[in-house]
Write a protein that binds this ligand. Structure first.
Ligand code: SF4
Length: 392
């Protein structure tokens, strides 16, 4: 399946999706945020179109967007038709919140004509019947008996009901989602959906919260599923600037080896009682400074020569700090010793120089563990010399 030229499913790389938090009718603000998301690694961006003025903004947004755009439709099938007409690359629509079947059929027909995929999803919070009291009571009875298993089955059954509508229309460009706010429920639901259906899956934890807590919840669920080979597109959703969503999704895919890094990777010691410089600040400064290097050079910032060399094997450029100074290594070779105040600039210079050598084909990025001979121990504040024990 192609979404505006981006391949989805069928062994294609996992795509990153996010959603704008602007009013879509505010074209400039929306385009600005789409560009920020694309810059942060988003492959696809979704925009909400609750009103006609939102769909009216779509042609201009589409013209300026660097990535394919998905229209997020709820309740109003007219918005879906208008979005399709405007040229969006995918529609997100849940038949469950458009009650007239004929209206859903019209949207499907419009999408088929333009070869636009539709994402169909269920949420734990929305699959339980709310209007039919008898049906609701029956569902509640089942859920009370074994909530988790019954909820997963209810989500699968609801998707089956939705998919019947698409099958009746002979429409197969469908992406499925089955979300929850509970990470373990997300894992169970997607495992069941993946076993039952053969459509690409869009992974997400719904309403995950602010990044500080939503990050753990999202990575626990999505990381587990991706590690099992489940998932074709992902969205990490936060109550915050969506750029954080794209950045974290990219880091998740890179950490799982599902996407190649294009920027420096930072390895840093967590610090301990052996530390003799302000390493936390140094790491933050290094991270900021490395941001303009467009090469996946691995940089290690280590607080001492005790465990540092062993842990930094695999880094292209590394610094081992001691009292007031640090020793810089490039691919296992000791390069220079610098003072604490020079450490940041020296590390950056070596990283830039190494990235340039890689660019010219004179060096290769480390993809195996390089051997680092531990430097001579740097004296402690009190002048004593620490024992060097290198963990192997
Ligand atoms: S590298 Fe040194 S300072 Fe950092 S955590 Fe390990 S032992 Fe402690």
């Amino acid at each position: 399946m192609l979404v505006g030229g981006v391949p989805i499913g069928g062994g294609a790389p996992v795509s990153i999706q996010s959603m704008t938090s602007t009013y879509t009718y505010d074209i400039d603000a929306t385009v600005k945020q789409i560009r920020q998301l694309a810059e942060a690694g988003c492959d696809l961006v979704r925009v909400a179109v609750p009103d006609k003025r939102d769909t009216e903004a779509l042609p201009s947004i589409l013209e300026q967007s660097p990535v394919p755009i998905i229209a997020d439709v709820h309740f109003h099938y007219e918005r879906a038709l208008e979005a399709v007409e405007a040229g969006v690359h995918k529609i997100r629509l849940n038949p469950g919140n458009i009650k007239d079947r004929k209206q859903v059929d019209r949207v499907i027909a419009a999408c088929r004509e333009r070869r636009i995929p539709i994402r169909v999803g269920v949420n734990e919070g929305s699959v339980v019947e709310r209007k039919d009291k008898a049906a609701r009571a029956e569902q509640q009875g089942h859920l009370a008996a074994d909530y988790r298993a019954e909820m997963v089955q209810l989500m699968v059954r609801t998707l089956e009901d939705y998919l019947r509508i698409f099958e009746d229309n002979d429409f197969h460009d469908v992406v499925l989602a089955a979300k929850s706010i509970d990470a373990t429920m997300v894992i169970d639901a997607y495992r069941a959906v993946s076993a039952r259906f053969d459509f690409p899956l869009h992974l997400g934890v719904t309403h995950a919260g602010p990044p500080e807590t939503g990050r753990i919840r999202s990575i626990a669920a999505l990381g587990s599923l991706l590690a099992m080979g489940i998932g074709d597109t992902i969205r990490i959703s936060y109550a915050a600037d969506p750029v954080f969503e794209a950045e974290d999704a990219k880091e998740l895919l890179c950490s799982l080896g599902l996407r190649n890094r294009t920027e420096p990777e930072l390895i840093a010691c967590p610090t301990c009682g052996r530390i003799e410089i302000d390493l936390i600040r140094l790491v933050a400064d290094v991270r900021r400074k490395l941001a303009d290097i467009k090469s996946p050079v691995k940089v290690a910032v280590m607080g001492c020569v005790v465990n540092g060399p062993g842990e930094a094997e695999g880094a292209d450029v590394a610094v081992f700090a001691g009292k007031g100074k640090g020793i810089i290594y490039v691919q296992g070779e000791q390069k220079r010793t610098v003072s604490e105040s020079e450490m940041l600039d020296a590390l950056y210079e070596e990283a830039v120089a190494f990235a340039a050598r890689v660019e010219r084909g004179e060096a290769q990025l480390t993809n195996t563990r390089v051997q680092i001979q531990p430097p001579d121990p740097l004296p402690r504040k009190d002048g004593s010399v620490p024992l060097v024990i290198v963990n192997r």
